[in-house]
Design a protein around this ligand. Structure first.
Ligand SMILES: [Zn+2]
Length: 300
């Protein structure tokens, strides 16, 4: 089943909204996926990768994909993330269709994208739109690690840039939830160019006085970290998210040294001044509403 994304948000409650989720190759066992649809006996439960306790998947799903015992944050889909943040029925996706391109003639690339589109209901690794949080209107973009690890290619760069420019034109605050394994290798150098493009759009938005809240989620790495993810006026992060440029293994191999405990996790980044506040998922809506209340005029 595939639903057009604009049908997902028309006042549907979580139980009514049916979206297909996929199992992805996680680059970290830390984030097992609880959203898979198969509900046969063995798969109706999940073992938390952090506290190792067994739970019903439904119990975790009903708790914003957060472990009820230890607070481990599982992956959450972009659509569910938005549904848990915005006032019911207020989210409208921005129209920004980017035609598929395969500049390097990368084998099987188009088939992979089509398959992911069908499985996730997203057209690319970011979902952007306008919605209200506690009555405050904002442009909200959410990256999805379920779509080629949230890698940034031409389409993701264009969609993020479009969201920033829309917020600039409409004088709306901008909130971006990042989740990315880095640049999209299938698009080569054109992926890297998205760093300059998105950063330039954020700079212009900033010069015009716009408020940009960046929310870093697991994992935020590579070209996304090196561009718009770390350019927020306020930078929030979910607990224990991996936040960095190169991954810890690559760094260890390069410098030939063991890295300190908790290196590149949210808590480490907060201690070192890269993150302003760590916000658990259950407090995210409240925290964003508070920030918007302090900085913005209430929308109609
Ligand atoms: Zn747990």
């Amino acid at each position: 089943m595939k639903l057009p994304i604009n049908k997902l948000f028309k006042g549907k409650s979580s139980s009514e909204t049916k979206v297909k989720y996929i199992q992805i190759d996680e680059n970290s066992k830390q984030n097992a996926n609880v959203d898979a649809k198969e509900e046969n006996k063995e798969e109706a439960t999940t073992i938390c990768p952090k506290c190792k306790q067994e739970f019903k998947k439904q119990e975790i799903k009903d708790n914003l994909n957060v472990c009820v015992a230890c607070g481990h944050h599982y992956v959450i889909s972009a659509e569910k993330r938005i549904r848990t943040l915005v006032d019911k029925g207020t989210f409208k996706p921005l129209k920004c269709k980017v035609a598929f391109t395969n500049p390097l003639d990368y084998p099987d690339y188009e088939g992979k994208i089509t398959e992911l589109q069908e499985k996730t209901g997203l057209d690319e690794a970011v979902l952007a739109g306008v919605g209200k949080i506690d009555g405050y209107e904002a442009v909200i973009a959410v990256m999805s690690s379920k779509f080629l690890m949230g890698s940034m290619g031409i389409a993701v760069g264009e969609k993020i840039t479009n969201a920033v420019e829309y917020a600039d034109r409409k004088k709306l605050p901008l909130i971006i939830f990042t989740a990315s394994g880095g640049a999209r290798m299938q698009e080569g150098i054109l992926s890297l160019m998205q760093m300059a493009k998105t950063s330039a759009a954020v700079e212009k938005f900033n010069n015009n006085g716009g408020l940009y809240v960046s929310v870093l989620t697991h994992p935020t790495t590579g070209g996304v970290t090196a561009s718009f993810a770390t350019l927020g006026d306020i930078t929030l992060a979910e607990p224990e998210a991996l936040i960095g440029f190169a991954g810890p293994r690559v760094i260890e191999q390069t410098i030939g040294q063991k890295l300190p405990e908790g290196f590149q996790r949210s808590e480490f980044q907060q201690e070192h001044g890269f993150v302003d506040q760590i916000v658990p998922r259950e407090k995210m809506r409240e925290t964003l509403a508070h920030i918007l209340r302090l900085h913005c005029k209430r929308g109609k």
